[in-house]
Design a protein around this ligand. Sequence first.
Ligand code: NAD
Ligand code: MG
Length: 384
Amino acid sequence: MKKIAILGSTGSIGTQTLEVVRCNPELRVVALAAGSNVEKMEEQIREFKPVLAAMWSEEAAAQLRSRVADTGVKVTAGMEGLLEIAVMPESQVLVTAIVGMIGIRPTIAAIEAGKDIALANKETLVTAGHIIMPLAAKCKAAILPVDSEHSAIFQSLNGEPKDRIEKILLTASGGPFRGRRREQLEHIQVEDALNHPNWSMGRKITIDSSTLVNKGLEVMEAKWLFGVDLDRIQVVVHPQSIIHSAVQYVDGAIMAQMGTPDMKLPIQYALFYPDRRFLGGKRVDFFELAQITFEKPDTEVFTGLSLAYQAAEAGGSMPTVYNAANEKAVSLFLDRKITFLQIPELIGKAMEHHKVIEAPTVEQILETEAETYEYILGKVKLLR
Ligand code: NAD
Ligand code: MG
């Protein structure tokens, strides 16, 4: 029996993790945490019977507490709740499926408590990879990637030593606006950007996929996970999303992981690693595949991707600025307060404005996050 705790259980990755649990009786869910969806959390508690549950606000936690009083589950709130779940003795693996830098503290606490991490929350690695990766090595905690590209790289590496890697080929679908010119992106509406061609995901990551900022975050995530320099990470646009990423070795061999796009595969692989379990669903049929194609990303139009390489190159607190500026800009875009092209513009401005802190502590990362939010809000006020 493998016992798991899930942060972000009501979201896209969280609910798909629970689908994997439903099909695998050897998995037991011991804790669930979510933001504000009390109704869905109640359903999940009744089905999976965890010992602990957490909601972000005290108000939502109080509502949940009264709704599930008959179940015996303990309900907590806020960062304290997330931290309690992260370190609870009953769990072996923490699935980090929350969005944003809120995941940093619970991930660190879980590693220190000796838990393995099934990591979906890429923002944590992007901003605090220099803290997380050495800590995980010291505490002998495994960081198992859930992001589909990183799972594909992990599967293609399968224990090969790092110095045999020539290049990581990080694939990208290109999002809904692949092939467009810059002026064609001026009037993009929220609904257009939320319409991803191959994957159904949470709102923030769906917008990030349409700007290629998601790929930029993934370049930094790959750098930390696999310890590979930036110039060895190449983004390859592959619109059909069949090759989920690949590793090119020093002898020229390329190992890739392919399959129908389905996040349950990387989730399940992380939970059972190094084993593989049965997973239902559509198989790739080579005879049905009309064609698989590849192109270079258009970094002139999708400047969010080149900014990511610049942020990673600058290092220190700059990836935090990149990530925080994007988070704020995406939420302003979703509220229809800024245009689509203003997202990368604002990231660029925030990065220009920032003075890098080398190897920032968690406190400095969170301060940089808050300062960047302020900076973006100030800029947007001036624009209006
Ligand atoms: P989502 O928006 O669908 O779900 C987020 C979850 O986190 C929800 O359960 C929400 O209630 C919870 N949450 C938000 N704020 C919280 C808080 N303060 N405290 C506790 N819980 C909180 O997001 P998602 O698409 O599932 O993405 C989750 C993470 O996984 C992100 O980092 C994303 O980049 C990454 N990821 C997602 C996918 C995907 O297919 N959806 C693929 C790869 C990586
Ligand atoms: Mg991905």
